[in-house]
Design a protein around this ligand. Structure first.
Ligand code: DAH
Length: 353
């Protein structure tokens, strides 16, 4: 019987080795340990054994039972682990491989084209020694108008329909408004530094206007200012041409006309030929073939004074680029309203660099 038990043990180990699924292993176990199993049969035979034989065979048979239970438990654990590992292997995400990212399969947007262009312009100006400034959306009359040589009775206030936070008729001091242009940052920039200096300031502006293909109530500008000694219109034109060449990566047709803005003297309108219709006339250029893109001029002495700068010692130029229009020209977008639509199908067409 002892020999039988020994050979059963070896036999079980051999049989177990070739099995790899849970059901078959449990079946094998019951073939040995079940009521009519091989080990149980041997134990039944103990009835006919002598007392001495029982002393040896009993513990041995129980040992075999334990051994089999142990082997089965270990084997089942091993199989479970293999299953988990296989699952993990299958669901593995390689974060260094963009195509594998599950995020890629989701409906996603891209970097807004305005952000792309803004970054490019910032790079161009940073390389020419300009700083990049920011300013608040909610402004007061001083920064939006007075310091820019637009007193309260000036007709130029009507050029920019303003969103007021308070009744514009009241005499309340410091009436708040949503800035109508980024020129407000000229005032803040001047007051915070000493000449010579140069900076640009991109930002969102607000006007209480009817919207159409080329007008939005909420749109974006990029202001620029350079103040120092003996700055000329020639310097202004040089910087404007450099900017346009870098942005369009080609020479674009431009024209310079006199333009009136209270904060510059002389003031200019720099137009570019409409790139949507190539100058033929469309809804974006209002059938003129030209798009007003870069109003600019030499900073008015009153503006320098309001900024704490002596106009007898220093002068400078300023410009207010229509950022959204530039984006439209660059990418051939024929309606400004696409830009704020929040439509992912629109955004996902533009590539980040
Ligand atoms: N602030 C003007 C506007 O929104 C644009 C402008 C014109 C800015 C001439 C300037 C400038 O800096 O010199 O209409």
């Amino acid at each position: 019987m002892i020999e039988q038990l020994d050979s059963l043990s070896a036999e079980f180990v051999g049989a177990l080795e070739s099995l790899n699924d849970e059901a078959a292993i449990l079946k094998l176990k019951s073939e040995y340990l079940g009521k009519k199993g091989k080990v149980s049969e041997i134990l039944k035979g103990l009835r006919n054994a002598t007392a001495d034989e029982r002393k040896v065979i009993g513990p041995k048979a129980n040992g075999l039972k334990e051994e089999i239970n142990q082997l089965v438990a270990t084997k089942l654990q091993k199989i479970e682990l293999e299953v988990i590992n296989k699952k993990l292997e299958k669901n593995k995400i390689d974060l260094s491989n963009r195509d594998e990212l599950w995020l890629q399969k989701l409906n996603h947007g891209g970097v807004h084209p305005r952000t792309l262009i803004q970054r490019e312009i910032e790079d161009v100006f940073l390389s020419m020694g300009f700083e990049v400034l920011d300013g608040p959306h909610i402004e007061d009359e001083f920064h939006n108008f007075e310091a820019l040589n637009i007193p309260s009775d000036h007709p130029a206030r009507d050029m920019q329909d303003t969103f007021w936070f308070h009744d514009p008729q009241s005499d309340e001091k410091e009436k708040k408004l949503l800035r109508t242009h980024t020129s407000t940052i000229q005032v803040r920039g001047m007051r915070e530094r000493k000449p010579p200096f140069r900076f640009i300031a991109p930002g969102t502006v607000f006007r209480c206007e009817r919207t159409d293909a080329s007008h939005e109530m909420v749109f974006n500008q990029l202001e620029g200012m350079m103040v120092g000694k003996d700055i000329s219109v020639g310097n202004l034109i040089y910087f404007m041409k450099t900017l346009l060449k870098e942005i369009f990566q080609k020479e674009v047709e431009v024209r310079l006309r006199p333009g009136f803005f209270p904060f510059v003297e002389p003031g200019f309108e720099l137009d570019i030929q409409c790139l949507i219709c190539k100058g033929k006339g469309c809804s974006v250029c209002k059938k003129t073939g030209w798009v007003e893109l870069l109003p600019c001029g030499m900073v008015h002495p009153n503006v320098l004074k309001a900024g704490g700068i002596d106009p007898d010692e220093y002068n400078g130029f300023a410009f207010g680029l229509g950022l959204d229009r530039l984006v439209m020209m660059r990418y051939g977008i024929d309606d400004i309203r696409h830009l704020n639509s929040g439509d992912l199908r629109f955004n996902s067409q533009f590539q980040a660099y």
